[in-house]
Design a protein around this ligand. Structure first.
Ligand code: CA
Length: 743
């Protein structure tokens, strides 16, 4: 029976559906904090990490190096290397590997220059390896307070460094921008990029470098922050400029003139108290041809426009692509992909630069597949909209009107009065996982996801007409606390959840080929002149596809889930492929999913492949989830129901919906007697903060902790009964339960 049918399939769709992005406040004591070890490294010419603008611009002279986050300034993630091609790829094998010392998600793209690989792992740790042998050259741990996990929407991840003029630039989780000596890993300078330390700002994105400056944004819009991007002098760390993406406190002068016009598109006084959002947490791209910088901005804070800006308005510059002068930070143009964003449809997704022939004329364009499901082709010089075809299933809007450049919303799917299943969900039709662009072939390879969410206004707002900001948790204006109940009460009406790698023509909107993934949340993409497209998936498969047909030509089982994009480089006369493994990130629904991390646990590794590589990975034993017998105590249905709401508001983002962990964060159904005995000390006092489980004593009291504890025990007991085949015992009155394991 097809696993996507029937009750179990429906559950999977439900769980995969609603993507609220979960961070991981785990208890894995696996992160050994290492100081910078200055083993030292020197390339043959004596210089390490000596990348500058001209080297990146003239990348064609050194095809074996991967000089910037998306390989070059154009961020097409298309390598000209051809040693590994359609024919030879069948001999691809593992050359070396490193255990990265984490069970948290890994999302970085390594940078490789002159035989040295620079990359990041969980907790913003930086590593330099000999790119041919895999020898560790140095490592640096910025010693981020492990309690910071609570401030993350989507795990303690980092997507990579920038390397420039002998330095390595890191955006640390806690908002510091740090410059390291590329040869030794020693700190050259460090600055604080955060404007308000009372807010949950964080950095997960890779800095970008150009024109002597380092550009960095931040995340945190789910918790309530104001977005901005900053430019620092690469040599000194001095702040050069800052561009705010949304207006601030109206009683204060605007920080820069663009905000005056933006402020006219907002109303009320909620937005600036919440922060407004618009964080620049991933896409920052420098265009040397027009000497401008493009940034992608995130969702509103809160997500729901009725709360955020009750008088309406487009809420500039949320969910927008903005062109800035890289020297001054002044805006040249902007294009808003989702006016008055109401769905967490960020436009922070990776931006690529290309030249395409459009209507018979060569056009210098930028390409983006933001969360909202439409693929945008914009003229880079003017911001003119050239194409906006849907690249995935879209129900929130019917189309983008090419005259006005605005999406036409589907009025039937307003969720102001009535909850609605909507596609894409808040995970987007495309997440942060980068796409790859074959400019000559006119094809974009996109890791897409069909992942509907049930959108429902927060009960608090429905009942009182107001919505207070709680600094301790997500404040998105949706009803999170009763989320599982909303799902159970509303049969999904949307296409089933799942992922697909697609080969997409951005000019015609045609899908040339597609490959289904077993789960919706998969890895980024690499394409090569060898005729190949590489992607890792949630099931642990790292595969090469024929870029013309999608035919699978090679695969390797990594035995763990994959989010990071592969990259490729050459040292001497050998082409290598590198990939970080380890899933999680913004997925809180993996507990019942067909993922490798649910089956085997999360393995944070760096895998490097070459032709003829002969290393093998041992197949791990499947994780056995034996739920212990629970001491249910005196808790009644009302206590458990209250605990469910609290759990969903404060805990589910990390520990998973229905208390089912996806595989990287401890599964609370499996807690030992000892852990149960210290539950309040963990939750309220933060005794496990040093290993990543922050305390919540500032926002929860003993009664709250007790209710959450009762809910977890009840959930564990329910799933234990299912596992033992006692279906009747598993039916509880406080919740209409989706089935447990084994059904
Ligand atoms: Ca978001």
């Amino acid at each position: 029976m097809n696993s996507e049918h029937g009750y179990k399939g429906r559950l999977r769709r439900i769980l995969m559906a609603a993507v609220l992005s979960g961070s991981i406040a785990g208890c894995t004591p696996d992160e050994q904090a290492g100081d910078a070890t200055a083993a030292g490294v020197q390339a043959d010419n004596g210089a390490v990490g000596e990348i500058d603008d001209q080297r990146i611009i003239k990348h064609a002279d050194e095809p074996g190096n991967w000089l910037a986050h998306g390989r070059t300034y154009d961020e097409r993630r298309f390598s000209p290397l051809t040693q590994i091609d359609r024919t030879s790829v069948r001999r691809l094998g593992l050359a070396w590997q490193q255990d990265m010392g984490t069970r948290r998600a890994q999302e970085a793209t390594p940078i490789v220059v002159d035989g040295v690989m620079f990359l990041t792992s969980a907790w913003s740790r930086v590593f330099a390896f000999d790119a041919a042998s895999g020898k560790l050259l140095w490592q640096f741990d910025p010693q981020v307070d492990r309690a910071w996990s609570r401030r993350m929407c989507c795990d303690v991840v980092n997507r990579g460094v920038a390397v420039y003029r002998g330095r390595v630039y890191l955006g640390a989780l806690d908002g510091r921008l740090i410059a390291l000596n590329a040869a030794s890993g020693e700190v050259a300078w460090e600055v604080d990029t955060v404007i308000d330390r009372d807010r949950f700002y964080s950095i997960t994105g890779a800095p970008r470098v150009a024109r002597g400056k380092v550009f960095i944004g931040n995340g945190g819009a789910e918790f309530g922050v104001r977005g901005y991007v900053s430019a620092y002098d690469a040599a000194s760390g001095e702040l050069a400029w800052r561009f705010y993406t949304v207006p601030g406190d109206p009683s204060q002068p605007h920080e820069h003139p663009e905000l005056e016009a933006a402020a006219a598109t907002w109303s009320g006084d909620v937005y600036w108290k919440f922060g407004g959002g618009g964080t620049v947490w991933d896409a920052i791209v420098y265009d040397p041809e027009f000497e401008q910088l493009y940034i992608g901005t995130g969702n509103g804070s809160p997500w729901t426009r009725a709360i955020r800006s009750p008088g309406g308005g487009d809420n500039l510059f949320l969910s927008s692509i903005i062109a800035l002068d890289p020297d001054t930070g002044r805006m040249r143009w902007h294009y808003q992909t989702t006016p008055a964003d109401n769905w967490d449809y960020t436009a922070t997704q990776h931006i690529a630069l290309a030249e395409l022939t459009i209507d018979g004329k060569p056009r210098k364009v930028l390409l983006q597949a933001p969360k909202n499901g439409f693929f945008y082709v914009l003229d880079r010089l003017t911001g003119e909209l050239l194409r906006a075809h849907p690249y995935s299933a879209v129900t929130w809007a019917t189309h983008v009107d090419m005259q006005s450049g605005r999406p036409v919303e589907n009025p039937d799917l307003s969720y102001l009065e009535q909850e609605q299943w909507i596609l894409p969900g808040s995970a987007g039709a495309h997440g942060w996982q980068p796409m790859a662009v074959d400019q000559d072939g006119g094809t974009v390879f996109i890791p897409t996801q069909e992942s509907p969410l049930i959108f429902a206004m927060a009960d608090e707002w429905k009942n009182t007409g107001t919505y207070a900001r709680d600094p301790g948790r997500w404040n998105n204006g949706l009803e999170l606390g009763r989320f599982a109940q909303l799902v159970a009460a509303n049969a999904p009406t949307q296409p089933q959840a799942g992922g697909a790698l697609i080969a997409f023509d951005p000019l015609t909107g045609k899908v040339k080929w597609s490959v289904r993934n077993a789960y919706y949340w998969n890895g980024g993409v690499l394409a090569t002149a060898g005729g190949l497209v590489f992607q890792g998936d949630a099931a642990g498969k790292f595969a090469a596809y024929d870029k013309e047909t999608g035919e699978e030509l090679w695969q390797f089982d990594t035995y763990t889930s994959i989010l990071a994009p592969p990259m490729t480089y050459q040292v001497g006369d050998v082409q290598y492929l590198a990939l970080l493994t380890g899933g999680g990130g913004g997925d809180m629904f993996g507990g019942e999913a067909p993922t490798a991390m649910a089956r085997y646990g999360n393995q944070g590794r760096l895998l490097v492949f070459k032709l003829g590589g002969g290393l093998t990975l041992e197949q791990p034993q499947p994780v056995r989830k034996v739920i212990p017998e629970q001491e249910l105590g005196e808790a009644g249905d009302a206590d458990i129901a209250a605990g469910e709401v609290l759990y969903n508001n404060y805990c589910a983002m990390c520990h998973g919906l229905l208390a089912r962990s996806g595989g990287s964060i401890p599964d609370l159904r499996l807690l030992s007697k000892e852990r149960h005995a210290m539950f309040d000390a963990i939750v309220l006092e933060g005794v496990l903060a040093p290993v990543g489980m922050a305390g919540f004593g500032d926002v929860l009291n003993a009664a709250d902790s007790g209710a959450i504890h009762s809910y977890i025990r009840a959930r564990a007991d329910q799933d234990r009964a299912h596992a033992l085949g006692d279906i009747e015992a598993a039916r509880m009155t406080w919740q209409t339960p989706p089935p447990g394991p084994g059904e």
